[in-house]
Design a protein around this ligand. Structure first.
Ligand SMILES: NC(=O)c1ccc[n+]([C@@H]2O[C@H](COP(=O)([O-])OP(=O)(O)OC[C@H]3O[C@@H](n4cnc5c(N)ncnc54)[C@H](OP(=O)(O)O)[C@@H]3O)[C@@H](O)[C@H]2O)c1
Length: 320
């Protein structure tokens, strides 16, 4: 492939924005697929980066065909935003069905390479969580389409993004001096920065042949979940006041069972059960992958901490 034309679905998300930035910094032509063209900081960033913008609302089952004509590499960073989404936007609709439609349409339109971002623990936890199973069904379906058409498939499985840890753990410690962990927080993980995942994707755009590859990837530091809480408090200078709140696994299992029961009557409860089961799996297994990233969580925590500090010094502007 000479200079590939690339398309990114889920371009306004944490990873998608970074993937578009990394591709553009290499001078590549990029089409960023967004949900709609309503003005937002993420959309402004994509425009500033020089990406072409195309809108496809996956919840409305919009067609990807017009966007994917003349594309060499199709990358999906799609994800439903949260649990508790209405049916058209839940993980079955977005992580499974929209990802499948995107991948299959890319193959049908002549893409030579499809790249999917999936979860690290998906293959092992799919029998325990409908959330993992939905995401893996998308991988299975796109894989079949790629194999049949001799199109290259790359599945990237990051452990966890820094955003997950900064948005929840760090902010909770900054605001409440409290860190919540599942069980005793002794399971290990090497989380990865989104910019490192984006770089990894850019370095794997051009497979020599139509290969089917999976890459579980992580960051440079392996830590327990407990240590991640300590690190955030250390960067904030609040080690002395940090309180740990441990959510017992047994309580999560009970909640998941109750939600599963209610899930026989309502799709919302099925969603909650699936997410709880996925949390139980993630909280009771190590997630350690090849150390691919080079950015450190400590630097991100330190940057967030000094940002907070400078906002605190401006009277009336402190918002953790
Ligand atoms: N978070 C982690 O730690 C982690 C770890 C491993 C793997 N992953 C995987 O990495 C991928 C990217 O994750 P992320 O954290 O970057 O996700 P994210 O920030 O939640 O972004 C999701 C993207 O999907 C888009 N989207 C959702 N519903 C849509 C709809 N109806 N129509 C069109 N677009 C829609 C969102 O658009 P809007 O901006 O309009 O909502 C956004 O651009 C996912 O496959 C995720 O499972 C995540």
């Amino acid at each position: 492939m000479a200079t590939p034309r690339v398309c990114v679905a889920g371009a306004t998300g944490y990873l998608g924005t970074r993937v578009v930035a990394a591709l553009r910094s290499r001078g590549l032509e990029v089409t960023a697929i967004v949900r709609n063209q309503i003005e937002s900081p993420a959309l402004r960033t994509l425009v500033r980066l020089g990406a072409s913008i195309a809108a496809v609302d996956a919840a409305c089952k919009g067609s990807y065909e017009p966007v994917l004509a003349n594309i060499d590499v199709a990358i999906s960073c799609l994800a439903s935003r949260n649990a508790g989404q209405e049916m058209a936007n839940d993980f079955w609709a977005i992580d499974r069905d929209a990802t499948l439609r995107f991948g299959r349409t890319a193959v049908a339109c002549g893409a030579r390479h499809v790249m999917l971002v999936a979860t690290f623990e998906g293959p092992a936890s799919r029998r325990q969580s409908e959330f993992s199973d939905a995401k893996e069904q998308a991988v299975d379906g796109v894989r079949l389409a790629c194999q049949t058409a001799h199109v290259a498939l790359t599945v990237i499985r990051p452990t966890a993004y820094f955003s997950d840890l900064t948005d929840r753990a760090f902010d909770s410690i900054a605001k409440h001096h409290r860190y919540t962990q599942i069980g005793d927080g002794s399971h290990r993980i090497n989380p990865i920065d989104g910019d490192d995942v984006a770089e990894f994707i850019c370095n794997h755009l051009n497979p020599d042949v139509a290969l089917d590859r999976e890459y579980p990837i992580g960051g440079p530091d392996i830590m327990t979940f407990h240590e991640i809480g300590c690190l955030a408090a250390e960067c904030l200078g609040t080690q002395g006041t940090l309180r740990f709140r441990s959510v017992p696994i047994a309580a999560l299992r009970l909640l998941a069972a109750l939600a599963g029961g209610a899930g026989k009557l309502s799709r919302r409860w099925r969603q909650s059960a699936a997410i709880l089961n996925w949390m139980i799996y993630a909280g009771t297994h190590d997630a350690v992958a090849l150390r691919t990233g080079r950015r450190h969580l400590q630097s991100v925590f330190a940057a967030k901490s000094s940002d907070l500090e400078s906002r605190r010094s401006v009277p009336g502007s402190f918002k953790p």
